[in-house]
Design a protein around this ligand. Sequence first.
Ligand code: 3Y8
Ligand code: NAP
Length: 249
Amino acid sequence: MRVLLLGGTTEASLLARALAVAGVKAVFSYAGRTAAPVAQPVPLRTGGFGGAEGLADYLVAEGITHVVDVTHPFAAQISRNAIAASAVHKVPLAALERPQWQAEPGDDWCHVPDVQAAVQALPDTPARVFLAIGKQTLAPFAAKPQHHYLLRLVDPPEQPLPLPDATAVVARGPFAVEGDLALLRDHRISHIVAKNAGGSGAGAKLIAARRLGLPVILIDRPALPPRLVLGSVPEVMRWLHHGDTERGV
Ligand code: 3Y8
Ligand code: NAP
């Protein structure tokens, strides 16, 4: 058995640890988006594969017997490529996905289908907006330059930000509620824009928003083709060891 773990999330790091403890041969794959990604207890590879074709070739060249997609729910392209590549060579694929966040009493959420709709959902009168969506999808917000934007980035920005009135803080999650409460208060935030990432690493801002009674514009996950989805690290370990295909799609 040799597992390709498509990583980049908290759950990917947890699965890597379980594989290392179980002595399963695995390789952990990062896209190479950040300067210094978290180290992993299994061999690493970093960078794109060269599309679905490149990934398919990699599976054969590296003798991969199973692919586990533990990438972020908004990393739709790599997930689509994994579905296509694993089908070409009939390499079993499972995704380890965390549930979407669900609103609780006190939450003031506005669900939007995509980033463009998130921009439209912002008010026209100037506001102070925490864009907690990283750096890859900032450009559309230039359509509403009247707001002050607070950005949180993993690495310092290399080029000028596409927004005229923006402050960037450099921080890597997982984040804690107290820290996010302080951030929202210190920057006098009036609105939050976030992706419905799910998981524990990015949820602190939503709890902080609830406590401060702030509105959250929450972007829905992109749709993905059907694939086997598992809900926990133990489920993945069982699937790997027992060819648990009855859950196949
Ligand atoms: C490169 C690997 C671990 C994984 C930790 C999780 C939690 C902390 C919260 C906010 C939201 C955001 C962002 C975020 C979180 C975890 C997880 C998660 C959100 C690292 C990492 C990589 C990335 C890529 C990065 C994106 C960006 C998104 C920042 C490592 C730290 C906003 C997603 O500068 C860039 O280009 C950053 C790009 C994709 C989204 C974007 O579009 O900008 N993640 N994040 C992975 C790779 O190269 O393959 O550096 O160690 C991983 C983590 N980020 O093992 O502990 O599991 O979700 N990541 C979002 O949720 O909206 C921050 O600020 O509140
Ligand atoms: P994406 O848009 O789905 O993928 C774009 C391209 O990046 C892919 O086609 C692939 O290039 C490469 N790629 C992505 N993830 C990869 C991986 N784990 N290993 C090797 N190549 C990868 O991806 P993204 O949204 O930029 O996310 C990139 C990474 O950051 C992923 O590991 C993801 O888990 C992590 N992350 C993303 C978010 C987010 O909000 N999007 C949040 C937290 C963590 P080729 O086509 O050349 O193979």
